[in-house]
Structures are given as C-alpha cells and as structure tokens.
Design a protein around this ligand. Structure first.
Ligand SMILES: [Zn+2]
Length: 283
C-alpha cells in the first residue's frame, strides 16, 4: 500500500478496512470479523491509481440499522410517555373487550366486522371508521380492538376526541409539561390510534388545523380507528366549517383521505344506554 492509498483509506472511514476484516490483503478476499463471510474489495481508480477499498460488510450495516431502530423506538416511547401517561377514555371503556361485548339487535354485523378486522389487522392496510347511534357500542368495539393490539405488543392509543382537544389546548399554557408537538407526534407514531367520538361538538379552526389535520397527515400509511355518532353526510358537514361558519375542509380532502384509508362500518344497534335507562324506569 503506498502512502497515497493509506491516506485515502484513512480519509474515508466508512470504507476503511481495519474494523471490517481480519485480513488486509489488497488483492485477495477478505473475511468479516463479525460474521466470517468473505467480502470482496471494490475495484476503483482514483487519480489514475488503482483504489481498492473494502466495503462495509452487510452484517455491520444491519447491526447499525438495528441499533438505530432501537434508539428510535426508545425515543418514541419516551415521547409517548411524556405526552400520554395513558390512553384518554371514559371509565366505562377501560375494561371493554370484544369478549365482553353484548350483542344486541343491529350490532351483529358491526361486532362481526370488528372481530374480523382484528384477526386480519397485521395484513390489512385499512383503518376502521364505525358510525351509528350514540350509545350502541361503537367505542366498546374499537376499544376492544385497540386493547388486543396493545396486548399483542403494538404501540396503541385510544383517544377520546373531546378530551384530546382539551389536552391539546392545555398544552399551550405556560408551564405545561407536555408540548403540543409531543401530543401530535405521539398520536402519529403509534401503530394503531383510535380517535373516539369524532364529530362531537362543532370543530374550531385550532382543532382542525393543529390537531386533526396534522394527525391525519402524519398517520398516512398507518391504521386509525374512528367512531362517530354522525352519518357520513353529517360528518362531512362537521369537517366543512367551524362553529362560526368559517370554512375548514372546504373541498373535503381531509375527510376523503380518512374515508379512503378505512373500512366503513355502520353499527345499526340502537342505544344500549337508552334501553338500560328505560328498563330501570320500568323497574
Ligand atoms: Zn459480516
């Protein structure tokens, strides 16, 4: 090796040989000290002279990639912990499972689709949007799916939309321990997110631009579950303008993106809460 080659090899640390190979033979095959596989020198020319750097072994690249992925996972977990100590859901949903769902008239198809969705979740590219009357078990079914995915080791979040908007607003206060960026980023990063009770209350411009839009945008290619009491027409109107009549999703692009990424399920059950109340009334 002449001095020029030595200098060049030192100047290009990624291609340098010493960490990679046990043999430093410029012409022959070299053996990776990690996986013992043979690696062949590249045959280049530099400034008119042969230049034969040794490429980094694939196994080293793979180790580095895994290290980086683990670091990123840790970072995501840390952000998730800061932004959400736990999912935000009403108390009655904490123990909701697909296994303890009571099938009532009208809920059969929705229940069946929820179970099938869970079974094929890993292969499916679609989220699930479930709509229907208030109190008929939509949130219970989506929470059931989310719970099972969480138990299977996926990163999941179940967020009640009205409570999420409060959390996001509070994050703007001075002294808030959580930043809006962390809230949005974490919601974007989980493998499965449920936004529960979309369409409750009129949207504000802040909620649309700073919460909903960045979450939908940031979750492209990821699966999201949605529940809403509104049918699709009324949901379109909910996205259309804020409570003061100012246009938000005027051309319907955001809603289109949501619907396009979801299996749409109508839960045709009537309100269980109302039925329970009636039953109590009648003794
Ligand atoms: Zn190797």
């Amino acid at each position: 090796m002449d001095t020029m080659q030595v200098a060049l090899l030192q100047a290009i640390p990624d291609l340098a040989t010493s960490i990679n190979s046990s043999l430093d033979d410029l012409n022959g095959w070299n053996c990776c000290i990690h996986c013992r596989k043979e690696i062949k020198r590249m045959n280049l020319e530099l400034l008119g002279k042969p230049f034969r750097p040794l490429p980094t072994c694939k196994c080293v690249v793979e180790i580095e990639r895994e290290k980086q992925q683990a670091q990123e996972r840790e970072e995501r977990k840390r952000r998730l912990k800061t932004a959400y100590s736990k999912s935000i859901m009403n108390d009655d949903l904490v123990n909701a499972r697909l296994s303890n769902f009571t099938i009532r008239p009208g809920t059969e198809v929705a229940f069946d689709k929820a179970c099938k969705y869970l079974k094929t979740w890993a292969e499916s590219k679609l989220g699930m949007l479930m709509f229907g009357q208030p109190g008929n078990g939509k949130s219970h079914l989506l929470r059931g799916i989310e719970y099972e995915l969480d138990a299977a080791g996926y990163a999941t979040l179940f967020l009640d939309w009205p409570q999420l908007t409060v959390l996001a607003k509070d994050s703007l206060n001075k002294g808030s321990k959580v930043s809006l960026t962390d809230i949005i980023k974490s919601a974007c990063e989980v493998d499965f997110l449920v936004l529960d009770e979309i369409g409750a209350g009129a949207l504000t411009e802040f909620e649309f631009k700073d919460i909903l839009f960045p979450i939908v945008n940031g979750r492209q290619g990821k699966k999201t579950g949605w529940t809403t009491n509104l049918d699709l027409n009324r949901l379109g109107n909910w996205f259309l303008q804020d409570r003061n009549g100012k246009f938000l999703d005027q051309d319907g692009r955001l809603l289109d993106r949501i619907l396009g990424g979801c299996e749409i399920v109508e839960n045709k059950g009537t309100s269980k809460r109302r039925e329970d109340a009636l039953r109590r009334l009648q003794g």
